[in-house]
Design a protein around this ligand. Structure first.
Ligand code: SF4
Ligand code: SF4
Ligand code: SF4
Length: 170
């Protein structure tokens, strides 16, 4: 295989190993993250909330099960390779989304996520049959994850509005 073919194969491997649904730590620009991250554990160790762990492929991932992110930036500051950029910690693209398993959508009274949200980004709209539909104000939501960690049925996930990983050119 020539040098160009090797490079293409390498890039394909990188893309295949990327998981757009995984929440990388704040400051991760995925266009550079997968090239720069050395899968050390500096960010994992630095997080005072202990919400960074490794996924099955060895990349650091944020999970909100036990605590929200405070956007303190300690993870990015601890990163020795530049895979996490302290200057872009605030550019957090993730926003909460509600699944149909939400208790309130199924006529079981619940406002746990709303109570957990310091930003007051969640509102409920009454529906027929005793149901209530949660809705997010994406401009108010900080993506901190407090709601997801508090939800008793795990009905809150996170998404980002636009793709940030470029396709590999052939
Ligand atoms: S910004 Fe702070 S709280 Fe959030 S993942 Fe990084 S170290 Fe943890
Ligand atoms: S905490 Fe979970 S189950 Fe309760 S209203 Fe919010 S999304 Fe629905
Ligand atoms: S992610 Fe944070 S700011 Fe956004 S709705 Fe959930 S608790 Fe509120």
């Amino acid at each position: 295989m020539n040098t160009l073919a090797n490079r293409r194969a390498f890039l394909r491997g990188k893309v295949l190993r990327q998981d757009r649904s995984a929440i990388r730590p704040p400051g991760a620009d995925e266009r550079g993250f997968y090239d720069l991250c050395e899968q050390c554990d500096h960010c994992v160790q630095a997080c005072p909330e202990q919400i960074i762990s490794f996924d099955t492929q060895g990349w650091p991932v944020v999970r909100f099960d036990t605590s929200p992110c405070t956007f303190c930036g300690a993870c990015a500051q601890a990163c020795p390779t530049g895979a996490l950029n302290p200057e872009t910690v605030a550019d957090w693209p993730w926003r909460a989304v509600f699944a149909s398993t939400c208790l309130s959508m199924n006529a079981v009274t619940c406002r746990v996520c709303q109570d957990a949200c310091d930003a007051q980004a969640i509102r409920f709209t009454l529906q027929p049959g005793g149901r209530s539909e949660p809705a997010l104000d994406p401009d108010t939501c900080t993506g901190c994850g407090a709601c997801a960690g508090a939800c008793p049925v795990g009905a809150i996930a996170f998404t980002r509005p636009t793709p940030s990983i470029p396709e590999v050119a052939e």
